[in-house]
Design a protein around this ligand. Sequence first.
Ligand code: GLU
Length: 612
Amino acid sequence: MISALVSPEPSQDIAAGGKAPQTEAAAPLEGTAKEAVAPEPPTAETAAPAPSATPVEAGKYMIAAAHPAAAQAGAQILENGGSAVDAAIAAQMVLNVVEPQSSGIGGGAFMLHWDEYKRRLDSYDGRETAPAKMKPDAFLTAGGEPKRFMDAVIGGASVGVPGLLKMLHMAHQRHGKLPWADLFQPAIQLAENGFPVSERLYSLLVRTEGLRGNPVTNDYFYTFTGAPKAIGTILKNPDLAETFRLIAEEGPDAFYDGPIGQDIVDAVRNAHRNPGVMTATDLAGYEAKRRANLCGRYRERLVCGMGPPSSGGFTVLQALAVLDEFPLDEYRPGAPGTIALVGEASALAFADRNHYLADEDFVDVPINALLENAYIRARAGLVDRAMGEKSKKQPGHPRGKQAAADTSLELPSTTHISIIDADGNAVSMTSSIESGFGSRVMVRGFLLNNQLTDFSFLAERDGKPIANRVEPGKRPRSSMAPTLVFDEDRELEMVLGSPGGSRIIGYVLQSILNTVDWEMDPQAAVSQQHYLSRNSGVEVEDGMAAGTVEQLENLGFTVKQRSMTSGLHMIVKQDDKLLGGADPRREGTAIGESQVLPNLEKAFDFIQAGAD
Ligand code: GLU
Protein backbone atom coordinates (compact mmCIF):
# COMPACT_ATOMS: atom_id res chain seq x y z
CA MET A 1 0.00 0.00 0.00
CA ILE A 2 0.98 3.57 -0.45
CA SER A 3 2.58 5.58 2.27
CA ALA A 4 4.18 8.97 2.12
CA LEU A 5 7.88 8.48 2.54
CA VAL A 6 10.76 10.67 3.37
CA SER A 7 13.77 11.96 1.57
CA PRO A 8 16.26 9.14 2.13
CA GLU A 9 19.55 9.93 3.75
CA PRO A 10 22.55 9.26 1.57
CA SER A 11 23.09 5.50 1.42
CA GLN A 12 19.70 4.91 3.04
CA ASP A 13 17.43 2.55 1.22
CA ILE A 14 14.46 4.37 -0.22
CA ALA A 15 12.03 1.70 0.86
CA ALA A 16 12.03 3.08 4.37
CA GLY A 17 8.26 3.13 4.53
CA GLY A 18 7.47 -0.58 4.47
CA LYS A 19 3.99 -1.85 3.94
CA ALA A 20 2.41 -0.11 6.91
CA PRO A 21 1.67 3.59 6.68
CA GLN A 22 4.62 5.36 8.05
CA THR A 23 5.92 8.86 8.30
CA GLU A 24 9.43 9.59 9.43
CA ALA A 25 11.52 12.64 9.94
CA ALA A 26 12.86 13.65 6.56
CA ALA A 27 16.51 13.87 5.79
CA PRO A 28 17.71 17.37 6.53
CA LEU A 29 16.86 19.69 3.69
CA GLU A 30 19.06 22.75 3.55
CA GLY A 31 20.08 22.03 7.13
CA THR A 32 16.53 22.01 8.49
CA ALA A 33 14.72 18.89 9.53
CA LYS A 34 11.43 19.05 7.67
CA GLU A 35 8.31 17.04 8.14
CA ALA A 36 7.83 14.29 5.70
CA VAL A 37 4.87 14.56 3.42
CA ALA A 38 6.59 13.63 2.20
CA PRO A 39 -3.33 19.69 -27.74
CA GLU A 40 -4.47 16.59 -28.97
CA PRO A 41 -3.92 12.72 -30.83
CA PRO A 42 -2.38 13.54 -34.09
CA THR A 43 -4.88 15.57 -36.06
CA ALA A 44 -4.14 16.92 -39.50
CA GLU A 45 -2.83 20.03 -37.76
CA THR A 46 -0.74 18.52 -35.03
CA ALA A 47 0.36 15.35 -36.77
CA ALA A 48 3.47 13.93 -35.19
CA PRO A 49 5.73 11.18 -36.52
CA ALA A 50 4.20 7.69 -36.47
CA PRO A 51 5.14 5.69 -33.38
CA SER A 52 8.16 3.51 -33.74
CA ALA A 53 6.92 -0.01 -33.14
CA THR A 54 9.76 -0.85 -30.80
CA PRO A 55 11.46 1.07 -28.03
CA VAL A 56 14.89 2.63 -28.52
CA GLU A 57 17.59 0.51 -26.83
CA ALA A 58 20.84 1.51 -25.16
CA GLY A 59 23.33 0.11 -22.70
CA LYS A 60 24.98 3.20 -21.23
CA TYR A 61 22.73 6.24 -21.08
CA MET A 62 19.53 7.57 -22.52
CA ILE A 63 17.52 10.78 -22.89
CA ALA A 64 13.95 11.16 -24.08
CA ALA A 65 12.76 14.68 -24.85
CA ALA A 66 10.16 16.53 -26.91
CA HIS A 67 12.36 17.48 -29.89
CA PRO A 68 15.20 15.61 -31.65
CA ALA A 69 17.51 18.63 -31.29
CA ALA A 70 16.98 18.74 -27.54
CA ALA A 71 17.50 15.01 -27.17
CA GLN A 72 20.68 15.22 -29.27
CA ALA A 73 22.02 18.15 -27.25
CA GLY A 74 21.42 16.24 -24.02
CA ALA A 75 22.93 13.06 -25.45
CA GLN A 76 26.04 14.98 -26.51
CA ILE A 77 26.47 16.13 -22.94
CA LEU A 78 26.03 12.58 -21.65
CA GLU A 79 28.53 11.32 -24.23
CA ASN A 80 31.01 13.94 -23.01
CA GLY A 81 30.77 12.67 -19.45
CA GLY A 82 28.09 15.09 -18.25
CA SER A 83 25.62 14.12 -15.56
CA ALA A 84 21.88 13.69 -15.95
CA VAL A 85 21.38 17.22 -14.59
CA ASP A 86 23.94 18.63 -17.04
CA ALA A 87 22.07 16.96 -19.91
CA ALA A 88 18.72 18.21 -18.61
CA ILE A 89 19.98 21.80 -18.62
CA ALA A 90 21.36 21.56 -22.17
CA ALA A 91 18.20 19.88 -23.46
CA GLN A 92 15.95 22.38 -21.66
CA MET A 93 17.74 25.38 -23.17
CA VAL A 94 17.45 23.84 -26.66
CA LEU A 95 13.74 23.24 -26.05
CA ASN A 96 13.42 26.93 -25.17
CA VAL A 97 14.64 27.63 -28.71
CA VAL A 98 12.87 24.95 -30.77
CA GLU A 99 9.73 24.32 -28.69
CA PRO A 100 9.17 27.89 -27.46
CA GLN A 101 5.46 27.33 -26.92
CA SER A 102 5.99 24.82 -24.14
CA SER A 103 8.71 25.73 -21.69
CA GLY A 104 11.75 27.87 -20.99
CA ILE A 105 13.48 30.29 -18.69
CA GLY A 106 10.32 32.40 -18.58
CA GLY A 107 8.56 29.54 -16.78
CA GLY A 108 8.92 26.94 -14.07
CA ALA A 109 9.53 23.22 -13.56
CA PHE A 110 9.62 20.32 -11.15
CA MET A 111 12.51 17.87 -11.14
CA LEU A 112 13.10 14.56 -9.41
CA HIS A 113 16.74 13.52 -9.22
CA TRP A 114 18.07 10.08 -8.34
CA ASP A 115 21.69 9.79 -7.27
CA GLU A 116 22.64 6.18 -7.93
CA TYR A 117 25.88 6.19 -5.89
CA LYS A 118 24.41 7.88 -2.82
CA ARG A 119 21.08 6.14 -3.38
CA ARG A 120 19.41 9.42 -2.71
CA LEU A 121 16.28 10.98 -4.12
CA ASP A 122 15.77 14.76 -4.29
CA SER A 123 12.64 16.66 -5.31
CA TYR A 124 13.22 20.15 -6.73
CA ASP A 125 10.53 22.80 -6.95
CA GLY A 126 11.04 25.59 -9.49
CA ARG A 127 7.36 26.57 -9.59
CA GLU A 128 6.47 30.20 -10.28
CA THR A 129 5.29 32.42 -7.42
CA ALA A 130 2.60 35.11 -7.28
CA PRO A 131 4.03 38.64 -6.98
CA ALA A 132 3.81 40.27 -3.53
CA LYS A 133 1.27 42.80 -4.78
CA MET A 134 -1.05 40.30 -6.44
CA LYS A 135 -4.66 40.73 -5.33
CA PRO A 136 -7.08 37.84 -4.63
CA ASP A 137 -9.47 39.20 -7.26
CA ALA A 138 -6.81 39.34 -10.00
CA PHE A 139 -8.78 36.94 -12.23
CA LEU A 140 -12.29 38.24 -11.55
CA THR A 141 -14.34 40.55 -13.74
CA ALA A 142 -15.51 43.93 -12.43
CA GLY A 143 -18.74 42.11 -11.51
CA GLY A 144 -16.85 39.60 -9.35
CA GLU A 145 -17.27 36.67 -11.75
CA PRO A 146 -14.34 34.47 -12.81
CA LYS A 147 -12.86 35.77 -16.07
CA ARG A 148 -13.05 33.70 -19.25
CA PHE A 149 -9.85 31.60 -19.13
CA MET A 150 -8.20 33.10 -22.21
CA ASP A 151 -9.09 36.62 -21.05
CA ALA A 152 -7.01 35.98 -17.95
CA VAL A 153 -4.14 34.21 -19.74
CA ILE A 154 -3.02 36.87 -22.19
CA GLY A 155 -0.90 39.76 -20.87
CA GLY A 156 1.02 40.55 -17.70
CA ALA A 157 -1.30 39.63 -14.82
CA SER A 158 -0.96 35.86 -15.32
CA VAL A 159 2.85 35.90 -15.27
CA GLY A 160 4.36 34.21 -12.22
CA VAL A 161 7.90 34.89 -11.08
CA PRO A 162 9.85 32.35 -13.18
CA GLY A 163 11.52 29.52 -11.26
CA LEU A 164 13.21 27.32 -13.87
CA LEU A 165 16.66 28.90 -13.92
CA LYS A 166 17.13 29.08 -10.16
CA MET A 167 15.98 25.48 -9.82
CA LEU A 168 18.34 24.24 -12.51
CA HIS A 169 21.20 26.19 -10.98
CA MET A 170 20.51 24.69 -7.57
CA ALA A 171 20.42 21.18 -9.04
CA HIS A 172 23.58 21.87 -11.03
CA GLN A 173 25.47 22.97 -7.93
CA ARG A 174 24.59 19.66 -6.30
CA HIS A 175 24.72 17.23 -9.20
CA GLY A 176 26.47 18.93 -12.11
CA LYS A 177 29.78 17.70 -13.54
CA LEU A 178 30.37 19.99 -16.52
CA PRO A 179 30.70 23.79 -16.21
CA TRP A 180 27.39 25.70 -16.17
CA ALA A 181 28.39 27.87 -19.13
CA ASP A 182 29.11 24.86 -21.37
CA LEU A 183 25.55 23.66 -21.02
CA PHE A 184 24.18 26.71 -22.80
CA GLN A 185 26.39 26.38 -25.89
CA PRO A 186 24.15 24.07 -27.96
CA ALA A 187 21.16 26.37 -27.43
CA ILE A 188 23.22 29.49 -28.18
CA GLN A 189 24.42 27.98 -31.46
CA LEU A 190 20.94 26.89 -32.40
CA ALA A 191 19.34 30.25 -31.55
CA GLU A 192 22.01 32.01 -33.57
CA ASN A 193 22.11 29.70 -36.61
CA GLY A 194 18.39 29.11 -36.64
CA PHE A 195 16.19 26.05 -36.71
CA PRO A 196 13.47 24.93 -39.11
CA VAL A 197 9.89 25.61 -38.07
CA SER A 198 8.35 22.21 -37.36
CA GLU A 199 4.91 21.00 -38.38
CA ARG A 200 3.73 21.14 -34.82
CA LEU A 201 5.00 24.66 -34.16
CA TYR A 202 3.40 25.81 -37.43
CA SER A 203 0.04 24.23 -36.61
CA LEU A 204 0.03 25.87 -33.19
CA LEU A 205 0.86 29.26 -34.71
CA VAL A 206 -2.14 28.91 -37.03
CA ARG A 207 -4.58 28.51 -34.17
CA THR A 208 -3.11 30.39 -31.21
CA GLU A 209 -4.89 33.51 -30.02
CA GLY A 210 -2.96 36.58 -28.86
CA LEU A 211 0.37 36.27 -30.70
CA ARG A 212 -0.39 38.43 -33.71
CA GLY A 213 -1.59 41.32 -31.54
CA ASN A 214 1.82 41.76 -29.97
CA PRO A 215 4.50 43.27 -32.24
CA VAL A 216 7.32 41.19 -30.70
CA THR A 217 5.67 37.79 -31.14
CA ASN A 218 4.12 38.87 -34.43
CA ASP A 219 7.53 39.73 -35.92
CA TYR A 220 9.15 36.54 -34.65
CA PHE A 221 6.50 33.99 -35.59
CA TYR A 222 4.57 35.52 -38.54
CA THR A 223 5.30 36.93 -41.98
CA PHE A 224 4.25 40.43 -42.99
CA THR A 225 1.05 38.98 -44.48
CA GLY A 226 0.05 37.69 -41.04
CA ALA A 227 0.58 34.03 -41.97
CA PRO A 228 2.72 31.86 -39.67
CA LYS A 229 6.25 31.34 -40.98
CA ALA A 230 6.06 28.23 -43.13
CA ILE A 231 7.17 24.75 -42.09
CA GLY A 232 10.92 24.50 -42.70
CA THR A 233 11.54 28.28 -42.50
CA ILE A 234 14.78 28.85 -40.61
CA LEU A 235 13.92 30.81 -37.48
CA LYS A 236 16.78 32.66 -35.82
CA ASN A 237 16.56 34.08 -32.32
CA PRO A 238 19.63 36.30 -31.74
CA ASP A 239 17.96 37.94 -28.70
CA LEU A 240 17.68 34.59 -26.99
CA ALA A 241 21.27 33.70 -27.94
CA GLU A 242 22.38 36.90 -26.22
CA THR A 243 20.21 36.20 -23.16
CA PHE A 244 21.70 32.71 -22.83
CA ARG A 245 25.20 34.13 -23.20
CA LEU A 246 24.61 36.49 -20.30
CA ILE A 247 23.19 33.74 -18.11
CA ALA A 248 25.98 31.35 -19.09
CA GLU A 249 28.62 33.89 -18.09
CA GLU A 250 27.02 35.52 -15.06
CA GLY A 251 24.76 32.77 -13.74
CA PRO A 252 21.10 33.18 -12.76
CA ASP A 253 21.77 36.61 -11.19
CA ALA A 254 21.81 38.14 -14.66
CA PHE A 255 18.20 37.04 -14.85
CA TYR A 256 16.90 37.51 -11.30
CA ASP A 257 18.86 40.52 -10.25
CA GLY A 258 20.06 42.12 -13.44
CA PRO A 259 19.13 43.52 -16.82
CA ILE A 260 17.05 40.57 -17.96
CA GLY A 261 14.92 40.79 -14.83
CA GLN A 262 14.35 44.48 -15.34
CA ASP A 263 13.06 43.81 -18.85
CA ILE A 264 10.73 41.11 -17.52
CA VAL A 265 9.29 43.50 -14.95
CA ASP A 266 8.83 46.23 -17.56
CA ALA A 267 7.13 43.84 -19.99
CA VAL A 268 4.76 42.51 -17.32
CA ARG A 269 3.84 45.93 -15.95
CA ASN A 270 3.42 47.54 -19.36
CA ALA A 271 1.66 44.63 -21.07
CA HIS A 272 -0.96 46.08 -23.38
CA ARG A 273 -3.51 43.60 -22.01
CA ASN A 274 -3.90 42.89 -18.28
CA PRO A 275 -0.83 44.73 -16.99
CA GLY A 276 0.68 42.90 -14.02
CA VAL A 277 2.18 43.93 -10.68
CA MET A 278 5.52 42.07 -10.63
CA THR A 279 8.50 44.01 -9.26
CA ALA A 280 12.27 43.59 -9.31
CA THR A 281 12.02 42.64 -5.62
CA ASP A 282 9.74 39.71 -6.51
CA LEU A 283 12.35 38.45 -8.96
CA ALA A 284 15.34 38.99 -6.67
CA GLY A 285 13.52 37.19 -3.85
CA TYR A 286 12.57 34.08 -5.82
CA GLU A 287 13.72 30.83 -4.21
CA ALA A 288 13.86 27.39 -5.75
CA LYS A 289 13.08 24.79 -3.09
CA ARG A 290 13.93 21.25 -2.24
CA ARG A 291 10.77 19.52 -1.13
CA ALA A 292 10.24 16.38 0.91
CA ASN A 293 9.95 13.36 -1.32
CA LEU A 294 6.60 11.74 -1.91
CA CYS A 295 6.72 7.99 -2.55
CA GLY A 296 4.34 5.10 -2.21
CA ARG A 297 4.15 1.40 -2.95
CA TYR A 298 2.35 -0.13 -5.86
CA ARG A 299 2.59 -3.89 -6.33
CA GLU A 300 5.99 -4.08 -4.59
CA ARG A 301 7.37 -1.18 -6.60
CA LEU A 302 8.09 2.17 -5.03
CA VAL A 303 6.61 5.03 -7.05
CA CYS A 304 8.00 8.51 -6.34
CA GLY A 305 6.28 11.66 -7.58
CA MET A 306 6.29 15.41 -7.02
CA GLY A 307 4.62 16.69 -3.87
CA PRO A 308 2.91 20.06 -3.35
CA PRO A 309 2.63 22.58 -4.86
CA SER A 310 2.11 19.97 -7.55
CA SER A 311 -0.88 17.69 -7.19
CA GLY A 312 0.67 15.31 -9.72
CA GLY A 313 2.52 12.97 -7.39
CA PHE A 314 -0.28 12.74 -4.85
CA THR A 315 -3.06 12.08 -7.35
CA VAL A 316 -1.11 9.38 -9.22
CA LEU A 317 -0.17 7.72 -5.91
CA GLN A 318 -3.68 7.78 -4.49
CA ALA A 319 -5.18 6.32 -7.68
CA LEU A 320 -2.48 3.62 -7.66
CA ALA A 321 -3.17 2.88 -3.98
CA VAL A 322 -6.84 2.31 -4.70
CA LEU A 323 -6.02 0.19 -7.77
CA ASP A 324 -3.60 -1.87 -5.68
CA GLU A 325 -6.74 -3.36 -4.10
CA PHE A 326 -7.77 -4.85 -7.47
CA PRO A 327 -6.12 -7.59 -9.55
CA LEU A 328 -5.61 -5.43 -12.63
CA ASP A 329 -3.44 -8.02 -14.34
CA GLU A 330 -6.60 -10.09 -14.69
CA TYR A 331 -8.19 -7.25 -16.63
CA ARG A 332 -7.54 -6.65 -20.32
CA PRO A 333 -5.74 -3.36 -21.04
CA GLY A 334 -8.10 -0.89 -22.70
CA ALA A 335 -11.21 -3.03 -22.12
CA PRO A 336 -14.38 -1.20 -20.97
CA GLY A 337 -14.23 -2.78 -17.50
CA THR A 338 -10.60 -1.71 -17.13
CA ILE A 339 -11.36 1.84 -18.22
CA ALA A 340 -14.25 1.96 -15.77
CA LEU A 341 -12.14 0.72 -12.86
CA VAL A 342 -9.15 2.99 -13.55
CA GLY A 343 -11.61 5.86 -14.10
CA GLU A 344 -13.24 5.24 -10.72
CA ALA A 345 -9.91 5.22 -8.89
CA SER A 346 -8.83 8.41 -10.70
CA ALA A 347 -12.15 10.15 -10.04
CA LEU A 348 -11.79 9.48 -6.31
CA ALA A 349 -8.22 10.79 -6.33
CA PHE A 350 -9.27 13.90 -8.28
CA ALA A 351 -12.05 14.63 -5.77
CA ASP A 352 -9.43 14.80 -3.01
CA ARG A 353 -6.93 16.62 -5.20
CA ASN A 354 -9.39 19.32 -6.16
CA HIS A 355 -10.38 19.81 -2.53
CA TYR A 356 -7.10 19.66 -0.63
CA LEU A 357 -4.06 20.15 -2.84
CA ALA A 358 -2.31 23.50 -3.00
CA ASP A 359 0.97 25.13 -1.97
CA GLU A 360 1.67 23.65 1.45
CA ASP A 361 3.70 26.70 2.45
CA PHE A 362 0.30 28.44 2.64
CA VAL A 363 -2.23 25.70 3.26
CA ASP A 364 -2.25 22.62 5.46
CA VAL A 365 -2.34 19.77 2.94
CA PRO A 366 -3.23 16.52 4.78
CA ILE A 367 -1.24 14.41 2.35
CA ASN A 368 -0.25 11.65 4.77
CA ALA A 369 -3.81 11.25 5.97
CA LEU A 370 -5.02 11.07 2.37
CA LEU A 371 -2.61 8.20 1.68
CA GLU A 372 -3.04 6.20 4.89
CA ASN A 373 -4.00 2.55 4.46
CA ALA A 374 -7.29 2.77 6.34
CA TYR A 375 -8.34 5.85 4.39
CA ILE A 376 -7.37 4.25 1.08
CA ARG A 377 -9.34 1.13 1.92
CA ALA A 378 -12.38 3.24 2.69
CA ARG A 379 -11.96 5.09 -0.62
CA ALA A 380 -11.48 1.81 -2.52
CA GLY A 381 -14.83 0.71 -1.05
CA LEU A 382 -16.45 3.61 -2.92
CA VAL A 383 -15.43 2.21 -6.29
CA ASP A 384 -18.72 1.21 -7.78
CA ARG A 385 -18.34 -2.45 -8.55
CA ALA A 386 -21.39 -2.39 -10.78
CA MET A 387 -19.43 0.26 -12.67
CA GLY A 388 -22.56 2.31 -13.05
CA GLU A 389 -21.48 5.40 -11.13
CA LYS A 390 -22.43 8.57 -12.91
CA SER A 391 -22.36 11.02 -10.04
CA LYS A 392 -19.29 12.99 -9.07
CA LYS A 393 -17.10 11.58 -6.33
CA GLN A 394 -16.93 13.67 -3.18
CA PRO A 395 -13.69 14.37 -1.37
CA GLY A 396 -13.10 12.32 1.78
CA HIS A 397 -12.60 13.64 5.28
CA PRO A 398 -9.28 12.36 6.53
CA ARG A 399 -8.94 13.49 10.12
CA GLY A 400 -11.85 15.89 9.66
CA LYS A 401 -10.08 18.23 7.23
CA GLN A 402 -12.00 20.50 4.97
CA ALA A 403 -11.53 23.17 2.34
CA ALA A 404 -13.74 24.13 -0.55
CA ALA A 405 -13.33 22.51 -3.95
CA ASP A 406 -11.48 24.17 -6.75
CA THR A 407 -12.17 23.72 -10.39
CA SER A 408 -9.30 25.63 -11.99
CA LEU A 409 -8.33 24.46 -15.44
CA GLU A 410 -5.01 23.78 -17.06
CA LEU A 411 -4.48 23.79 -20.78
CA PRO A 412 -1.94 21.76 -22.71
CA SER A 413 1.57 22.96 -23.54
CA THR A 414 4.54 21.95 -21.33
CA THR A 415 7.31 19.42 -21.91
CA HIS A 416 8.86 16.43 -20.15
CA ILE A 417 12.47 15.23 -20.16
CA SER A 418 13.56 11.79 -18.90
CA ILE A 419 17.26 10.98 -18.51
CA ILE A 420 19.47 8.20 -17.15
CA ASP A 421 23.19 8.98 -17.30
CA ALA A 422 26.17 6.62 -17.58
CA ASP A 423 26.49 6.47 -13.77
CA GLY A 424 22.88 5.47 -13.35
CA ASN A 425 21.71 8.86 -12.06
CA ALA A 426 18.32 9.94 -13.30
CA VAL A 427 16.36 13.12 -13.94
CA SER A 428 12.62 13.28 -14.43
CA MET A 429 11.71 16.90 -15.17
CA THR A 430 8.44 18.44 -16.32
CA SER A 431 8.82 22.05 -17.39
CA SER A 432 6.18 24.55 -18.40
CA ILE A 433 5.11 28.04 -19.34
CA GLU A 434 1.51 26.76 -18.83
CA SER A 435 -0.63 27.41 -21.92
CA GLY A 436 0.83 27.13 -25.41
CA PHE A 437 3.00 30.29 -25.75
CA GLY A 438 2.28 31.17 -22.10
CA SER A 439 1.13 34.75 -21.50
CA ARG A 440 2.20 35.63 -25.10
CA VAL A 441 4.54 38.24 -23.59
CA MET A 442 8.02 37.82 -25.11
CA VAL A 443 11.13 39.34 -23.55
CA ARG A 444 14.67 39.09 -24.92
CA GLY A 445 13.74 36.13 -27.11
CA PHE A 446 11.79 34.01 -24.61
CA LEU A 447 8.11 33.79 -23.66
CA LEU A 448 6.81 34.49 -20.16
CA ASN A 449 4.53 31.98 -18.47
CA ASN A 450 0.85 32.35 -17.55
CA GLN A 451 1.23 29.94 -14.66
CA LEU A 452 -0.80 32.11 -12.25
CA THR A 453 -3.98 31.04 -14.04
CA ASP A 454 -3.39 27.64 -12.41
CA PHE A 455 -4.75 29.30 -9.25
CA SER A 456 -8.45 29.04 -8.57
CA PHE A 457 -9.96 32.26 -9.90
CA LEU A 458 -12.44 32.24 -7.00
CA ALA A 459 -11.15 32.62 -3.44
CA GLU A 460 -14.03 30.86 -1.67
CA ARG A 461 -17.05 28.72 -2.25
CA ASP A 462 -20.05 28.36 0.06
CA GLY A 463 -18.26 30.60 2.52
CA LYS A 464 -15.20 28.32 2.73
CA PRO A 465 -11.76 29.30 1.51
CA ILE A 466 -10.49 27.45 -1.55
CA ALA A 467 -7.09 25.84 -0.88
CA ASN A 468 -5.67 26.91 -4.26
CA ARG A 469 -6.83 30.53 -4.06
CA VAL A 470 -4.57 33.40 -5.11
CA GLU A 471 -2.23 34.66 -2.36
CA PRO A 472 0.90 36.81 -2.68
CA GLY A 473 4.10 34.73 -2.83
CA LYS A 474 2.14 31.49 -3.24
CA ARG A 475 2.78 28.87 -5.94
CA PRO A 476 -0.23 27.84 -8.01
CA ARG A 477 -1.20 24.20 -7.80
CA SER A 478 0.22 22.13 -10.61
CA SER A 479 -0.61 18.75 -12.12
CA MET A 480 2.90 18.08 -13.34
CA ALA A 481 3.93 14.56 -12.42
CA PRO A 482 7.59 13.81 -13.03
CA THR A 483 7.90 10.25 -11.74
CA LEU A 484 10.57 7.70 -10.83
CA VAL A 485 9.69 4.06 -10.15
CA PHE A 486 11.93 1.65 -8.23
CA ASP A 487 11.61 -2.14 -8.47
CA GLU A 488 11.12 -4.60 -5.61
CA ASP A 489 14.87 -4.45 -4.85
CA ARG A 490 14.66 -0.66 -4.87
CA GLU A 491 16.72 -0.35 -8.04
CA LEU A 492 15.66 2.41 -10.39
CA GLU A 493 13.30 0.97 -12.98
CA MET A 494 11.38 3.77 -14.73
CA VAL A 495 11.69 7.46 -15.45
CA LEU A 496 8.59 9.13 -16.89
CA GLY A 497 6.31 12.15 -17.14
CA SER A 498 4.19 14.12 -19.59
CA PRO A 499 2.64 17.47 -20.42
CA GLY A 500 -1.13 17.73 -20.74
CA GLY A 501 -2.59 19.94 -18.00
CA SER A 502 -4.49 17.98 -15.39
CA ARG A 503 -4.71 15.06 -17.86
CA ILE A 504 -1.00 14.55 -17.11
CA ILE A 505 -2.13 12.56 -14.09
CA GLY A 506 -4.12 10.15 -16.24
CA TYR A 507 -1.33 9.78 -18.82
CA VAL A 508 1.28 8.97 -16.18
CA LEU A 509 -1.04 6.64 -14.29
CA GLN A 510 -1.92 4.73 -17.47
CA SER A 511 1.74 4.39 -18.48
CA ILE A 512 2.65 2.96 -15.07
CA LEU A 513 -0.23 0.47 -15.22
CA ASN A 514 0.70 -0.50 -18.77
CA THR A 515 4.24 -1.28 -17.68
CA VAL A 516 3.64 -2.86 -14.27
CA ASP A 517 0.37 -4.72 -14.74
CA TRP A 518 0.50 -5.53 -18.44
CA GLU A 519 4.26 -5.63 -19.00
CA MET A 520 4.23 -3.38 -22.05
CA ASP A 521 7.52 -1.96 -23.26
CA PRO A 522 7.83 1.81 -22.85
CA GLN A 523 7.01 2.60 -26.47
CA ALA A 524 3.83 0.56 -26.34
CA ALA A 525 3.02 1.96 -22.89
CA VAL A 526 3.12 5.60 -24.01
CA SER A 527 1.44 4.95 -27.37
CA GLN A 528 -1.67 3.18 -26.10
CA GLN A 529 -4.90 5.02 -26.69
CA HIS A 530 -5.66 7.14 -23.65
CA TYR A 531 -8.51 6.88 -21.19
CA LEU A 532 -8.83 8.78 -17.94
CA SER A 533 -11.17 10.42 -15.50
CA ARG A 534 -10.89 13.74 -13.74
CA ASN A 535 -14.11 13.15 -11.78
CA SER A 536 -16.29 14.48 -14.52
CA GLY A 537 -17.15 11.48 -16.68
CA VAL A 538 -14.73 9.23 -18.51
CA GLU A 539 -12.55 10.79 -21.20
CA VAL A 540 -11.24 8.63 -24.05
CA GLU A 541 -8.91 9.52 -26.87
CA ASP A 542 -10.37 10.04 -30.33
CA GLY A 543 -10.35 6.84 -32.31
CA MET A 544 -11.39 4.63 -29.39
CA ALA A 545 -13.44 1.70 -30.72
CA ALA A 546 -17.15 2.57 -30.92
CA GLY A 547 -17.95 -0.70 -29.12
CA THR A 548 -15.81 0.28 -26.15
CA VAL A 549 -17.49 3.65 -25.86
CA GLU A 550 -20.91 2.07 -26.14
CA GLN A 551 -20.17 -0.48 -23.44
CA LEU A 552 -18.91 2.24 -21.11
CA GLU A 553 -22.11 4.19 -21.72
CA ASN A 554 -24.14 1.05 -21.06
CA LEU A 555 -22.32 0.75 -17.74
CA GLY A 556 -23.65 4.19 -16.89
CA PHE A 557 -20.66 6.39 -17.63
CA THR A 558 -20.75 9.71 -19.40
CA VAL A 559 -18.05 9.32 -22.06
CA LYS A 560 -16.32 12.25 -23.72
CA GLN A 561 -14.14 11.57 -26.76
CA ARG A 562 -11.44 14.04 -27.62
CA SER A 563 -7.94 14.39 -28.91
CA MET A 564 -5.30 14.11 -26.21
CA THR A 565 -1.86 15.48 -26.94
CA SER A 566 0.17 13.84 -24.24
CA GLY A 567 3.95 14.11 -24.58
CA LEU A 568 5.09 11.11 -22.57
CA HIS A 569 8.79 10.37 -22.40
CA MET A 570 9.69 7.19 -20.64
CA ILE A 571 12.84 5.23 -19.96
CA VAL A 572 12.71 1.72 -18.47
CA LYS A 573 15.73 -0.11 -17.10
CA GLN A 574 15.48 -3.79 -17.84
CA ASP A 575 18.38 -6.01 -16.78
CA ASP A 576 21.35 -4.12 -18.18
CA LYS A 577 19.40 -2.45 -20.96
CA LEU A 578 17.76 0.93 -21.17
CA LEU A 579 14.56 1.05 -23.22
CA GLY A 580 13.12 4.39 -24.31
CA GLY A 581 9.65 5.38 -25.45
CA ALA A 582 8.66 8.72 -26.98
CA ASP A 583 5.08 9.82 -27.40
CA PRO A 584 3.95 9.53 -31.04
CA ARG A 585 1.55 12.45 -30.49
CA ARG A 586 4.35 15.05 -30.40
CA GLU A 587 7.78 15.41 -32.00
CA GLY A 588 9.94 13.84 -29.34
CA THR A 589 12.44 11.05 -29.45
CA ALA A 590 14.56 8.81 -27.23
CA ILE A 591 18.29 8.62 -27.85
CA GLY A 592 20.93 6.30 -26.44
CA GLU A 593 24.67 6.14 -27.08
CA SER A 594 24.28 4.45 -30.45
CA GLN A 595 22.01 7.19 -31.80
CA VAL A 596 24.11 10.10 -30.63
CA LEU A 597 25.59 12.19 -33.41
CA PRO A 598 29.30 12.98 -33.26
CA ASN A 599 29.08 16.73 -32.92
CA LEU A 600 26.50 19.41 -32.51
CA GLU A 601 26.71 20.71 -36.02
CA LYS A 602 25.74 17.26 -37.18
CA ALA A 603 22.83 17.37 -34.80
CA PHE A 604 21.65 20.53 -36.49
CA ASP A 605 22.12 18.93 -39.93
CA PHE A 606 20.01 16.09 -38.66
CA ILE A 607 17.21 18.49 -37.70
CA GLN A 608 17.51 20.24 -41.02
CA ALA A 609 17.29 16.93 -42.85
CA GLY A 610 14.26 16.08 -40.73
CA ALA A 611 12.49 19.15 -42.00
CA ASP A 612 13.00 18.35 -45.66
N1 GLU B 1 0.33 24.48 -15.97
C1 GLU B 1 0.08 23.06 -15.87
C2 GLU B 1 0.52 22.52 -14.56
O1 GLU B 1 1.38 23.07 -13.96
C3 GLU B 1 0.73 22.29 -16.96
C4 GLU B 1 0.17 22.68 -18.27
C5 GLU B 1 0.31 21.61 -19.32
O2 GLU B 1 0.72 20.51 -19.06
O3 GLU B 1 0.01 21.93 -20.45
O4 GLU B 1 0.03 21.55 -14.12
